[in-house]
Design a protein around this ligand. Structure first.
Ligand code: SF4
Length: 241
């Protein structure tokens, strides 16, 4: 990161720490447009983020990763959002050659066989498409929140994404889960119905299950693995995919 970007990020955090999410979004979109994208996997935070951003700046780019193994409920909410906002989503799919080779050489459920195989699948279906998406941007916006886990307590609203080499915005950093759901209900926003069926964290269909009452919110992701390995590489060190 060069010194001028570092100084700009520090100044932006001072200015925006007490600003609401809409102000953070407007600042970011006006600063980086057109080389800024809202990343969405259509979870509860992401639909809030999209609603705020599209109401403020309808032309902002919204992109998603279609891993090819998503739940039908996830495709349904993607379709509802397209129609509600009349918005063309930019969709990044896995590289065809890499995916064909994976299926031909290891079959269709290799991710269940070992942590290495699971990571290989996540790299092909998520990490590489995300890198492709970010390669054309100067900034990206996520729905990460500080209250989601102990690893996110110090999450800034504006940060440098070292792994991907661009600015990362987290406008919902100081929102609670209750505020997210209140916003969804008050604004009648389409949301993934899996959230009503015991899925607090939603990823690919074969790698996500509903959780029981009292279980950790991440318990339904790659439940056959040890908690230490549950990362796919989208937000290194922050355990979210
Ligand atoms: S979550 Fe599962 S199916 Fe999706 S990319 Fe990772 S290993 Fe593959």
């Amino acid at each position: 990161m060069d010194e001028s970007i570092k100084e700009e990020i520090e100044a932006a955090n001072k200015k925006l720490e007490n600003a609401d999410a809409k102000e953070v979004l407007i600042w970011a979109i006006d600063r980086f447009s057109p080389k800024i994208g809202i990343a969405s996997s259509f979870g509860a935070e992401d639909v809030v983020l999209m609603d705020l951003a599209l109401k403020a700046r309808p032309d902002v780019k919204v992109f998603t990763l279609d891993t090819g193994r998503l739940h039908e409920d996830t495709y349904s909410v993607m379709e509802e959002v397209r129609k509600k906002y009349g918005k063309e989503l930019v969709v990044y799919s896995p590289d065809t050659k890499a995916l064909q080779e994976l299926s031909e050489q290891k079959g269709f459920f290799s991710f269940k066989e070992s942590v290495d195989n699971r990571r290989e699948c996540c790299v092909i279906r998520k990490v590489e498409p995300l890198k492709r998406a970010l390669s054309v941007l100067d900034a990206w916006v996520t729905g990460l929140r500080r209250a989601q886990s102990t690893t996110r307590v110090g999450l800034p609203k504006v940060e440098w994404d070292e792994g991907n080499g661009l600015v990362k915005l987290n406008p919902l950093a100081d929102w609670s889960e209750e505020e997210i759901w209140a916003y969804i209900k008050e604004n009648d926003i389409p949301y993934n119905k899996l959230h009503d069926k015991g899925f607090p964290s939603i990823g690919c269909e074969p790698c996500t299950r509903a959780i029981e009452s009292g279980e950790n919110v991440r318990a339904g992701r790659w439940w056959w693995e040890s908690p230490d390995t549950k990362e796919c590489g989208l937000h290194p060190g922050r355990k979210q995919c």
